[in-house]
Design a protein around this ligand. Structure first.
Ligand code: 13P
Ligand code: SF4
Length: 300
């Protein structure tokens, strides 16, 4: 039996499904029951009627699935931690709240569960501006991604204060203006589509800025036949598979998230066999974090 058959057999035995983020290795995406961005994966986790979810992504995504579905067993095939999520501790959020007592806290879903517990509302790259605009206060503490905060500032009249001051995703932050201009000169007819985790200078050059699923939707609907993609390169697999009639180029061949690439089909098989690594979120943290995640889902 090949590894795919073995995984399918284990899935049936355990009543499990596999969710995967758009940045996962192509071999992992091809095994998954559902592939999507952070928002769609959180929504899909609540829709699933399986007892077990194997979450192929980073820990904050699997924790979100656990917080929304405490009765399900959530497994992650390897402890892959998003580097950006480590940049904002719950204490920093508490301190910022003290400093700006009238402000509301909107945190990017790429955060620790303990930090989510201190937020008024969560957001993803698919809904960040919409969420900020639907908050009551005109003063918003927003974190941890400074680049996403810059993107939101362009779509709101509210004052956004970044916590921490310079939080960023190392994978997206390294896509430079020079990289993009060079690739644009090579493919002058291509539309430039980037993720809002890119630096503001790159965002300003883009024809479209969106979450990973938003980027795929844009490329599907656009009349253009050629695109330059400014995000983690795992997304190219879905783009080429779902839109085979169009051409996709990367803005930078080094845009690879080492955390997202930790998961392999072998680790998925081991995860199902040994029921490892199980995601556990302390009850008190989960209860408070759930309020902020559910508020986001209601507003989305
Ligand atoms: P999306 O929600 O747009 O898929 O982004 C998740 C992420 O980690 C981007 O680096
Ligand atoms: Fe985190 Fe960046 Fe990797 Fe996304 S690409 S999971 S933000 S480190």
């Amino acid at each position: 039996m090949g590894i795919i058959e073995e995984i399918n057999k284990l899935k049936r035995e355990k009543n499990a499904i596999i969710l995967a983020h758009n940045y996962q290795k192509s071999t992992v995406q091809d095994i998954a029951d559902f592939v999507g961005d952070s928002l769609k994966l959180a929504q899909e986790a609540t829709r699933a009627d399986s007892e077990v979810i194997v979450f192929c992504g980073v820990t904050f995504m699997a924790e979100t699935a656990k917080i929304l579905n405490p009765e399900k067993k959530i497994l992650i095939p390897d402890i892959a931690r998003c580097s950006m999520a480590q940049l904002l501790s719950p204490n920093e959020v508490i301190e910022a709240k003290k400093e700006y007592p009238g402000a509301e806290i909107v945190l990017y879903i790429n955060t620790l569960a303990e930090s989510k517990a201190e937020a008024d509302c969560m957001c993803t790259s698919a809904n960040a501006t919409e969420i900020v605009n639907s908050m009551n206060s005109d003063l918003i503490l927003f974190g941890p991604d400074k680049n996403l905060a810059d993107y939101v500032r362009g779509g709101t009249k509210k004052t956004i204060i970044s916590i921490p001051e310079y939080g960023l995703c190392p994978t997206h932050h390294q896509i430079s203006e020079e990289d993009v201009i060079k690739v644009r000169n090579t493919y002058p007819d291509a539309k430039l589509v980037v993720h809002p985790e890119c630096i503001l200078e790159v965002q300003r050059l883009a024809d479209h800025i969106a979450s990973t699923d938003g980027m795929i939707d844009f490329c599907k609907k656009s009349e253009s036949k050629e695109f330059i993609i400014g995000t983690e390169n795992g997304i190219l697999h879905r783009l080429r598979k779902e839109i085979p009639t169009k051409k996709f180029h990367t803005a930078s061949s080094t845009t690879i998230c080492p955390d997202m690439k930790m998961i392999t089909p072998e680790k998925i098989k081991r995860s199902l066999e040994k029921e490892k690594f199980e995601i556990i979120v302390p009850k008190q943290v989960a209860k408070r974090a759930k309020r902020a995640i559910e508020r986001m889902l209601e507003l989305s």
